[in-house]
Design a protein around this ligand. Structure first.
Ligand SMILES: Cc1cc2nc3c(=O)[nH]c(=O)nc-3n(C[C@H](O)[C@H](O)[C@H](O)COP(=O)(O)OP(=O)(O)OC[C@H]3O[C@@H](n4cnc5c(N)ncnc54)[C@H](O)[C@@H]3O)c2cc1C
Length: 256
């Protein structure tokens, strides 16, 4: 089990909009940057006083031990992320992490599958898996949601895209084209992060093809360090897992 290493007073180095709801936040947090592995997250305190009371978990989208920076890509959805989105250059954010268990990095021919904000941790994963030849399958509702293509373009061999409305790539969802991609038989690992039905569906297809699969789960969480039990999920054989500290990354067969 990975224990929380640091509460760091991280300063804002860059804060830019990637779409009308999604921002990229770069923080100077040298201790976290040094220890982080892909798949882990930070737990941010975004309150001036006590509102909101709880920290907010955001995945690491990169961490550079040399320049001491971490980056986070987040969607503004409610009170906490709205407060986060107001931070400007030089301001300080209280950052607990790196937390949780990361991805296994032993894949030889990985396929990364992401949907929605689940794509954010895959950015760091793709960086860490290099120089392995990586293919990425991204799904979104529309072309506007897939600004990610620009972010991934230098870190993968091939990018496959689906959109619900057909404005970019294949019309449909990721699971529609996954069997066809796997038929070539070249992948030895699938990593999936996105909406739960997508992860469950991808895990099922991976199993049919005999390919190992890791998924990254999300849950509302309070402490982030395995103490409060608010984020537990059911595993196999009646076992319960704490998503914050046993995960968020799991082998698919542990949780589905
Ligand atoms: C391990 C982990 C990593 C995450 N990484 C990212 C990331 O990289 N980028 C990103 O944009 N988001 C990420 N999230 C989700 C993010 O934590 C929530 O969107 C955020 O906490 C919402 O806070 P809020 O105060 O703005 O919204 P709230 O006012 O608390 O909620 C607004 C809406 O968001 C939903 N929501 C809140 N928390 C979660 C959650 N944990 N999971 C799913 N839905 C939620 C609520 O149900 C509600 O509909 C991650 C969550 C976890 C558990």
């Amino acid at each position: 089990m990975t224990l929380p290493k640091t509460v760091e007073e991280a300063s804002v180095v860059e804060h830019v909009w990637l779409s009308n709801q999604v921002r990229k936040l770069v923080l100077y947090a040298p201790q976290i940057a040094k220890e982080a592995v892909s798949g882990q997250f930070v737990h941010l305190r975004v309150a001036d006083q006590i509102d909101p009371l709880l920290r907010r978990p955001i995945s690491l989208s990169s961490a550079d031990a040399i320049d001491g920076k971490i980056s986070l890509i987040y969607r503004v959805v409610g009170h906490g992320t709205e407060r986060l989105s107001r931070l400007s250059f030089g301001e300080i954010v209280d950052c607990l992490g790196p937390l949780g268990q990361g991805f296994a990095l032993d894949a030889v021919r990985p396929l990364l599958i992401g949907g929605g904000m689940g794509i954010a941790p895959l950015v760091f994963l793709a960086e860490c898996l290099r120089p392995a030849p990586i293919e990425i399958l991204l799904g979104g509702r529309t072309k506007e949601e897939l600004f990610w293509t620009e972010i991934f373009k230098d870190n993968c061999e091939q990018l496959h895209i689906t959109t619900d409305d057909g404005t970019l790539g294949t019309k449909g969802v990721t699971l529609d084209i996954l069997p066809e991609l796997l038929q070539h038989g070249k992948f030895d690992r699938i990593y999936v992060c996105g909406p739960r039905p997508m992860m469950e569906g991808a895990a099922k297809i991976a199993k049919e093809f005999g390919i190992t699969c890791q998924v990254s789960l999300e849950a509302h969480m309070a402490c982030g360090v395995g103490a409060c039990l608010s984020c537990t999920c059911a595993g196999k054989n009646g076992k319960r897992h704490k998503i914050c500290s046993d995960g968020p990354v799991f082998w698919a067969e542990e949780v589905f």
